[in-house]
Write a protein that binds this ligand. Sequence first.
Ligand SMILES: Cc1ncc(COP(=O)(O)O)c(C=O)c1O
Length: 375
Amino acid sequence: MRLSAGMTGPRYTPLAQSLPATVPFVGPETQERQRGAPFVARLGANESVFGPSPRAVEAMQQVAGELWMYGDPENHDLRHALAAHHGVAPEHIVVGEGIDGLLGYLVRLMIGPGDAVVTSDGAYPTFNYHVAGFGGVLHTVPYRDDHEDPEALFAKAAEVDAKLVYLANPDNPMGSWHTGADIVVALDALPEGCLLVLDEAYVECAPEGTAAPVSADDPRVIRMRTFSKGYGMAGARVGYAIGAPDLIRAFNKVRNHFGMNRAAQAGALAALQDQAWLAHVQQQIVAARARIGEIAQQHGLTPLPSATNFVAIDCRRDGAFAKALLDSLVAQGIFVRMPFAAPQNRCIRVSCGEVADLDAFAAALPRALADARAG
Ligand SMILES: Cc1ncc(COP(=O)(O)O)c(C=O)c1O
């Protein structure tokens, strides 16, 4: 049938029609195409330049020829290994396409048009993107001293009768953190009927005691983890959530059962079994954070303490200055990002890198500062 005048073409839902066409992040590849040149140093997406465990690489290579088969829709082996690793039951764990994918499923399970959700102003934006996608209404509270503020988040949740409240610990983009014990204390003020989404993407990069000691059976909290950061497998897209069995089971109603890549399943399992590699990467992260801090200080900038695989650098001026600095770094082939919201946007955010990556950052910084000052 030909489309005649007056016909509308695809009939979007009113919600989809109302959504902006913006995406949460512009990828480095997009920027490289725009620049017409590859980046010299890829320090903007908090990937792990230190890479996955060699055992994970080998496992993925071995599975490559078996990719004619779908992955196990139950993620059985990985889920059981994760359960053993965390001392919980497999029923407490759902595996999905990164934390990003799991956040989408969780929001779909909980949030319909008009439902209230709470997060911090300038916190991880992919969560907000999912909330908008299901018609939720986002309420925000400010950071306090560059930290997400559990007390303010939970108070706001009570005020607006939120169904979900999001807290990343450690936080992106500031790299700040609370102790797990402090989060547990703050939980006393979480209102009835509100689920805490505790995003622990960076917990493998954080000091001992940062992971919240919450029972896997606690129905108030779902914890999100990923193989993208410490384990160095961002491109494999493997994340998981730990929570009460009823909530974990609910994911089966909406998740993409064949969403997991078979090679990624094998790679994540091998990565989990190679904790020595993770320990090695943790050392590299500590060293790289220190070096980023030195570079910043040498140029009169202030590195903020970090429990992640990146450092937020306070450029000690306003957002426009930090943006000009960032633009110059990008123009010089250094991929970095910066926080979205004031006052955090006085910072740029630099991911941990190899020595050569950080040398390239150090070499580009003086001109970037001059460009920004000339701004
Ligand atoms: C706080 C936070 N959560 C989640 C993610 C994404 O994790 P995944 O790669 O597992 O989707 C990131 C990545 O930058 C992050 O910073």
